[in-house]
Write a protein that binds this ligand. Structure first.
Ligand code: ATP
Ligand code: MG
Length: 258
């Protein structure tokens, strides 16, 4: 993407906190997301990533703080009024419906005519290389294919923002790398803002315009990959993010050299 400072603010998260029965899962988290940005959220298990995403899309209520979309407060807006879509790790497809049925479903709820819904669903499946599987059930597909259907189902509604919650963690390395490229190219094509949770350092650095690093319910650092490498905010970022990344790079280098 072009220089970030020229970009319009899409989402503004201000002082967001969440307690579950007294246990703090998010503490005073504030950040902006820019129009068309790819923001990765990176952090260890239990640090509050999914909690944050569920609050953004409106599936969970924050204990305090606000969320604004295009300058409008949506903290208490229902999910359907947020123009956001979500892609989960486990695909969450309807097992008893065909691939085409899964993608058409959301359009039908929006009261599109049967014919337009079908046509739009078919076009989106074609874009994701899934046309030949239209009449199959999710159970007959590989994990990567199921995730393509889940992405098609989300994209067909043209949301302004797509949230991904570890969408690749059940997939093998080759599929991950192919899907990464496809997601980035779909993002450019539709100018969709994307927020992408991962606990894979390499995936975050490979895909993101900016990375937000979380630890223990806090936002530790949000910046471009280069700036994080050059100026890690603290020891946590240095050790758990950069050293892990370095270890991976070293092992790849050893592998390539033989
Ligand atoms: N419904 C809930 N009730 C009580 N505590 C919860 C609930 N959901 C999450 N938590 C707790 O809140 C904290 C943050 O959980 P969250 O699911 O947001 O983490 P995460 O960063 O997405 O982790 P992972 O990488 O394992 O998915 C954890 O300590 C978790 O146990
Ligand atoms: Mg999670």
């Amino acid at each position: 993407m072009d220089t970030l400072k020229d970009k319009k603010t899409k989402l503004r998260i201000t002082d967001l906190s969440k307690n579950y029965d007294g246990k703090c899962a998010l503490e005073h988290v504030s950040f902006d997301v820019f129009q068309g940005e790819f923001l990765s959220i990176l952090g260890p298990s239990g640090c509050g990533k999914t909690t944050l995403l569920r609050i953004l899309i409106g599936l969970l209520e924050a204990s305090s703080g606000t969320v604004a979309l295009n300058g409008k407060d949506i903290t208490n807006a229902p999910p359907a009024e947020r123009s956001m879509g979500i892609v989960f790790q486990n695909y969450a497809l309807f097992e008893n419906m065909t691939v085409l049925g899964n993608v058409e479903y959301a359009l039908k709820i929006r009261k599109e005519t049967r014919a337009t819904a079908r046509q739009k669903a078919k076009e989106m499946l074609a874009l994701l290389g899934m046309s030949e599987y239209e009449n199959k059930k999710p159970g007959d597909l590989s994990g990567g294919q199921q995730q393509r259907v889940a992405i098609a189902r989300t994209l067909v509604l043209h949301p302004e923002i797509i949230l991904f919650d570890e969408p690749m963690s059940a997939l093998d390395v080759d599929t991950r790398i192919t899907l990464r490229r496809e997601i980035k190219s779909l993002q450019a094509q539709f100018d969709t803002t994307m927020i992408y949770i991962t606990h894979d350092q390499e995936e975050a650095f490979a895909m993101a315009d900016r990375i937000m690093i979380m630890n223990n319910a806090h936002l530790v650092q949000i910046d471009t990959p280069d700036a994080i490498v050059e100026h890690p905010a603290d020891d946590y970022v240095r050790r758990f993010v950069l050293e892990n990344l370095q270890a991976k790079a070293d092992s790849i280098r050893r592998f390539v050299r033989g």
